[in-house]
Ligand binder design. Sequence first.
Ligand SMILES: [Zn+2]
Ligand SMILES: [Zn+2]
Length: 434
Amino acid sequence: MSEQRIDHEPVVFGLATSAATSTRDLVLIRKLIVAPESSFIKTPSHGAKWTGTFNIELLNRCVEDSTGLVILHRHSGRNVGLSDDDRRSATTLIPYFQSAVPQRFHGSIVLGDDSAAGMVWSPNRRYPTESIEVRLLENQIHTYTQSPVEQDFRQFRQIPLVHGAVAKSLLANTRIGIVGLSGGGSQLATQLAALGFGGIVVVDPQRFDSDNRLSTDAPRAFDLALRAFKTSVVKRQVLTINPKCSFRALRSNIPSEDVLAALRDVDILIGCVNSLCARADMLEIAGRYGIPYVDVGFNVGVDEEIETGPQITSLSGNVFTIVPGDACMWCTGFLTKRKLENEAGGQDRSYIRLKRAKKSSREAAMVVPFNGLLASSAVTEVLQLVVGFSPKRDASLYRKYDGFSGEVHNWELTRNPSCLHCGSVVHAGDPIWS
Ligand SMILES: [Zn+2]
Ligand SMILES: [Zn+2]
């Protein structure tokens, strides 16, 4: 292998889709193109310069995929900004891409060690905005802004679990969506409130009743007597713990329109839902808008044909962390078309999975402690995504829990290059109507 000397700034080209949320426009990079060294032209100036032939190649790709072009390059150091050269080349080049794919965002961005700056043109706008934030999804969410937080920066880098100014501001600026409150959902909402997360959006249409009271420690006796909504009980707890938390509750099902709109705005999505179909929906929402997804699931396997001894055959739980761009639940076969079809065909969606069932079991399952353990595990995943206390771990991860032995195992997730979800849903953004 030979090493090639590079005489220009490192640059890659992103093909981008987009999506609008109530608070921001998202520009989502679907593919990164690295230009061959032969495409670059020697230049005495600061920036990188490439051939017209390569520009035409890029233009064709953008038109074919209906994507915008985002040029990404790097300057070393903190507090970076675009140079005059960078600005000149962006304002010369981007209009060609705007006229070829006018419905998309286009731009040029420079990344530094912990900051970013750039010019981004909205669809049909002549002048760019420079008010941008860049998010990089790895085993931690890295957000680059124009002015990085200065206070106790060095200390934070070394001990990211310390609740100092940097960590506090990261948590206060992070909004978490939780779908499903009967399982681990309500227990993790209180932990997130205690940590100081700035926004929590919860989605659950149900009330507490005798069937589901043993899935969580959230309701008080009078909540059960009044059949209070789960969202109301969780709201009371979250705001008692952290009155500053911006709390929003939706008593709807996914994928209704109001839920989709609210979830597009979160930074991390957590699903505590019982069915595989609902989990597939959650993964799709998260993947489409570039949101890391944490999936919490638990069920009790019961075989009622066992005549002597306990009829419980399995106590299995999972915490999946799926970072868009890394392996997903389809890549691994946890979700398959056939499984979803079987489920839609009427399999039991409660905690209790009945095998060879003679009769339907409607007794509430005592799953509070199991859900609590999985909820705590999911909160550590959220903390990892925000502050990154474990530097060497993979981005996507599958934690498998066995309630009999009490053991948690990490199962490796491998990305499947032909996965349809990863290929067509991840970072697809809003659908474009043309
Ligand atoms: Zn530059
Ligand atoms: Zn996949």
